[in-house]
Design a protein around this ligand. Sequence first.
Ligand code: F6R
Length: 615
Amino acid sequence: MCGIVGYVGSQSALEVVLAGLRRLEYRGYDSAGIAVLADGGLAAARKAGKLVNLEKELAARPLPTGTTGIGHTRWATHGGPTDANAHPHLDNAGRVAVVHNGIIENFAVLRAELAERGHELFSETDTEVVAHLLAEEFSVTADLAEAMRLVCRRLEGAFTLVAAHADEPDVVVGARRNSPLVVGVGEGEAFLASDVAAFIAHTRSAIELGQDQVVELRRDGVTVTGFDGSPADVRSYHVDWDASAAEKGGYDYFMLKEIAEQPKAVADTLLGRIDASGALSLDEVRIPASELREVDKVVIVACGTAFHAGLIAKYAIEHWTRIPCEVELASEFRYRDPILDSRSLVIAISQSGETMDTLMALRHAREQGSKVLAICNTNGSTIPRESDAVLYTHAGPEVAVASTKAFLTQLVACYLVALYLGQVRGTKWGDEIRAVIRDLAQISGAVERVLETMGPVRELARSLAHKDTVLFLGRHVGYPVALEGALKLKELAYMHAEGFAAGELKHGPIALIEEDLPVVVVVPSPRGRSVLHDKIVSNIQEIRARGARTIVIAEEGDETVVPYADHLVRIPVTPVLLSPLVATVPLQVFACELATARGNEVDQPRNLAKSVTVE
Ligand code: F6R
């Protein structure tokens, strides 16, 4: 949440920072602002609303040209999305500017102290106190990095801070605790950003910042220290995707592009995970096989769409390994005092690798002595770094706020982990594992075929744009798919959408059914457990008898559903446990099209942001 950019170099800081903010706007779009050091002073502009408002402001009232600058795109926490609350925040002399991601929990105390010392604060934010504290410390130290270290030691909460001071015109300083911040190192220039996407057009050489570290950026180098001033070990890495991966590539929305990229994302996530003997070899899983054999419980923690991936993973893990598996919303996990010990394996699923709820859950699990395996899409992010092992999904950067390709690859990674557990524990034979891997290898083509047949789904979505409610039903692995379909519709189309286990309908929700209410039903394969299939066909009849308009997602060749489907969406034949990989795709397309038909911003739905770095 919130996108932050800092730049020191020889290019126009305004242009570099604005281009970076455009790439980070998915992290928040309540307001945007920029500060540039030029002509011995500091000039800033801030505007409520999307970045385009700031760009208009800058066109009307240009800032002087400088080569050092910082910028911010905001997801509001303290204080509404107004000009006054937009970052950067300045001290009273207008010499220091600061941008911030996170929450400073003790800001009220600090604010009262500053007021007593005669400072005037103009915003409702927690951030503004930092500008004033930095100004005070700088007046003593005349060193922005040292001022930042001193201030950080007084702050509580989670924060990424980036600051610039008019008296140190070739320096930008950043600090990090529990919120993401990466450094980009170029030729005679350096960058700071919440995400490498902001500087990938300039350099692919990056440095991870650790917890409680301060970084000082100058044209000729970067210095990293702890909050206490001790020198820090620096881990550099090469960013292995290029700038075009973060462009729309001719699609109207990132979401459409990312939906279309799913066949490749699924195939890429399988790449290199089978050794010459045909056995699974998950390089990044560094938990010794002997420890995995001792595991007596798997607990999956995740949020939102990643949580739905976890719900589906449970079916595969329990079926293939016979280890009990719990799936828990990360935000609830540590508060219920979960029973964990060294024999529990906790799997943390996160696209961004920065979700605070998931991070806190995994920290809690490690404190209890459990091993944590992360399934993550973002190299070098906090969640994999704090886990005992990681399995990276290879979805490439996901920019649209609504998760699509990351979800499918999270599923693939979960299946791989389940099979791997089955392999090391001997609950699955080698040939059985190879058979599932062969099935997984077919999925990319199956998703491709689903995508080729989405015309009628789009048309149907457009015809339902005036509706208020859509319900989703599923059984077995189709139930989490129904939950995911409903989540996509809520967040994109702002419609009342709910997913139910089809069997639960008669216990209450069936009262919601009324004439012409659209109900999407995810039908399990008739080739799996036929009892599941028969039961859901009965459920479809029950809701249809009460007036529902049924939208049935069923496997090719399943003719039994035809008489009860007002709209029929066909998906390719796939093994039951893997079927969510294809069944979810029409629901993504449906939500995206419905949102477009309702005139909503598909990539940046209201009130949301990607990478949720607050609890
Ligand atoms: C929904 C969506 C969110 C995320 C959730 C977890 O489309 O994207 O529900 O899935 O915020 O995010 P990560 O996976 O980054 O931890």
